[in-house]
Ligand binder design. Structure first.
Ligand SMILES: [Fe+2]
Length: 587
């Protein structure tokens, strides 16, 4: 430990010298010797001593007590007074400067040594306590909770800045005031608080949590919801000199609670009043909440339906669908899963539901429950079925009409009897080979079987003419494509029969008739019938020539694919005959 530095203030030079010798002999360092009050202050400032030995009676304007007062205040240095006088008045004055020791001359070295050591120790201990107090005060100042300490009479002894802010009282104004005056809460709560502080905290020494949600009103009228607790202050002897009240601003918590309540309320209202059926189901599949719309949909009351397991009102064939839905959502494969399922109405009828389900998790990801909405689509399902039936009967009607038309044209043109039927079947086979949809295949078969219906308008003698046709005659024949369109365009049908028929003599390179369409301008249905038409015509006997033959027909298709005929259609046709063993129908 470094040696303590001592400032000696003594106006008698010889005495000062004696003291110096003694002090140095004790092992201290004398940092300066001053002979007046003013000099003492100056030396103290320059040398910053650890202790001042101060003669009370000094020459000059300032005596030792004044000098000590200033040094003590400015430099926090312990003072030991030395004086020859044992005068009460001086003693009283000296006391105010809080000396650490007071020894009267003459004194011996031992007395001086003890006085110096005690003063240094006491000063150090006090400094330590001050440091601790500062630290504690800093902690109390910085905590977010409001802290108010009160004595046994309930008078405020301390307030931290948070408490000042919430109450609107400054510590210096509140000091000594009753706690109940500073803490402006509802009268009844105040009485409660007072009673509890006296009965529980001070008397029984308990730490208590007071009621939640007091509304604290600050001086300026600001209202803050608070929750608080009170504890006894205990000193080292186990005495309870007072209480400490800790409280916090809970407005943020209240705000969040209000938000949650409001949002839950909104959800409840949506759930209960929705016109769409809704249910909440646990991850294990237990239905624990349903709404009225859902119960209504199945003809039950809420109470009745709540007692049932979902398998009791689900069509047995659709139970697996519901389980699959749960599995997908639990595995997080989809956020929302939608499917159609059948329920049983209380009266046994089937109710179709369009079901959308999602899995609700909390913020930690815990899977809580499925939220399911069910829209009754029974009516829609019925309408769809009716539409399907209507369409079916329309198809049948169109089919019958077309058969009649085909028969009519073939009656007038016996030589081509069967041409349409055979080309229609080949066209159908090509379409199937190409993987077209059933609807397109039906359209092709239908259009194929009447593709030459326009020939009704062609003079019969041209149709059955056994010799080669003139250009004029041939141009009359060509008219049949357009005529066919005119006949069919007003026939109500699910397929574009008229347009297919009009295009069945068009060619990919634009060399066909009646409009010279090219490539993509020609419907796929027409491109297929075109190929089937050519193959069938060449393979069969004609009034004006013998059959050219199937092989020649297929060569014609192979040679002109991409120019006259669609590449894919040609390829499918060749595959049918060459690989799949397709044969033209015998009629
Ligand atoms: Fe034709």
């Amino acid at each position: 430990m470094p040696k303590a530095k001592i400032l000696i203030v003594e106006d008698e030079a010889i005495v000062a010298q004696d003291i110096r010798k003694s002090v140095e002999a004790m092992g201290y360092v004398v940092c300066a010797v001053a002979s007046s009050g003013a000099e003492a202050i100056q030396k103290a400032e320059e040398t910053r001593p650890d202790l001042v030995l101060m003669d009370i009676v000094l020459k000059g304007d300032m005596d030792g007590v004044q000098a000590a007062g200033e040094i003590g205040a400015r430099f926090h240095v312990p003072i030991v007074y030395l004086t020859a006088y044992d005068d009460d008045t001086i003693l009283q004055r000296a006391k105010i400067t809080a000396p650490y020791a007071y020894i009267t001359k003459p004194f011996n070295d031992r007395e001086l040594h003890i006085a110096i050591e005690v003063a240094l120790y006491k000063h150090q201990a006090e400094a330590q306590i001050r440091k601790t107090e500062h630290r504690l005060a800093a902690v109390l100042r910085s905590v977010g909770d409001a802290v108010i300490a009160a004595d046994r009479e309930g008078r405020v002894t301390f307030m931290n800045p948070t408490a000042e802010k919430l109450t609107g009282w400054k510590q210096e104004d509140a000091y000594g005031k009753k706690l109940t005056e500073v803490l402006n809460i509802e009268q009844e709560e105040l009485e409660n608080l007072e009673r509890h502080l006296v009965e529980k905290v001070l008397t029984e020494g308990l730490i208590i949590n007071l009621l939640e949600d007091h509304l604290l009103v600050a001086k300026d009228g600001t209202e803050t919801p608070i929750s608080d607790s009170a504890a006894p202050i205990r000193d080292d002897d186990g005495e309870t000199p007072g209480t400490v009240l800790v409280f916090r601003d809970i407005s943020e918590r209240k705000r969040v609670e209000a938000l949650i309540w409001e949002s839950e309320g909104r959800f409840r209202a949506v759930f209960e009043r929705s016109t769409i059926g809704m249910s909440l189901t646990s991850p294990a599949g237990i239905l624990f909440q349903i709404n009225k719309a859902f119960a209504d949909m199945l003809g039950y009351t809420l109470e009745e339906l709540e007692k049932l397991n979902f398998t009791q009102f689900t069509h047995p064939d659709d139970v697996a669908k519901s389980r699959e839905c749960m599995r997908i959502l639990l595995a997080d494969e989809q956020v929302v899963y939608r499917f159609e399922k059948r329920y049983f109405h209380k009266n046994g009828d089937i109710v179709w539901g369009d079901v959308s389900a999602t899995l609700f998790c909390d913020e930690r990801g815990t899977q809580l429950y499925f939220i399911t909405s069910i829209v009754d689509i029974t009516e829609r399902k019925r309408a769809e079925k009716r539409l399907q039936e209507t369409l079916e009967s329309l198809r049948k009607a169109v089919g019958a009409t077309i058969q009649v038309m085909a028969a009519t044209v073939e009656t007038r043109d016996p030589y081509t009897a069967g041409h349409q039927i055979r080309s229609a079947d080949l066209a159908r086979a090509i379409a199937a080979e190409m993987g077209l949809s059933q609807d397109k295949i039906d359209a092709i078969r239908m259009a194929g079987s009447i593709h030459d219906i326009g020939k009704i308008s062609t003079p019969a003698e041209i149709l059955s003419k056994p010799t080669k046709l003139s250009d004029l005659e041939f141009s009359l024949i060509k008219e049949h494509a357009r005529q066919g369109y005119e006949i069919l365009k007003d026939v109500e049908s699910p397929w574009p029969l008229a347009e297919i028929v009009r295009q069945h003599h068009e060619r990919m390179d634009g060399s066909g008739y009646p409009r010279g369409l090219k490539g993509e301008e020609i419907m796929m249905e027409a491109r297929i019938i075109a190929v089937a038409d050519v193959v069938e015509a060449m393979a069969s006997h004609r009034p004006y020539r013998a059959a050219i033959g199937l092989n020649a027909a297929l060569e014609e298709i192979a040679r002109n694919k991409g120019t006259l005929y669609d590449v894919d259609v040609a390829a499918a046709c060749l595959r049918l005959f060459r690989e799949k063993g397709y044969q033209l129908q015998k009629v």
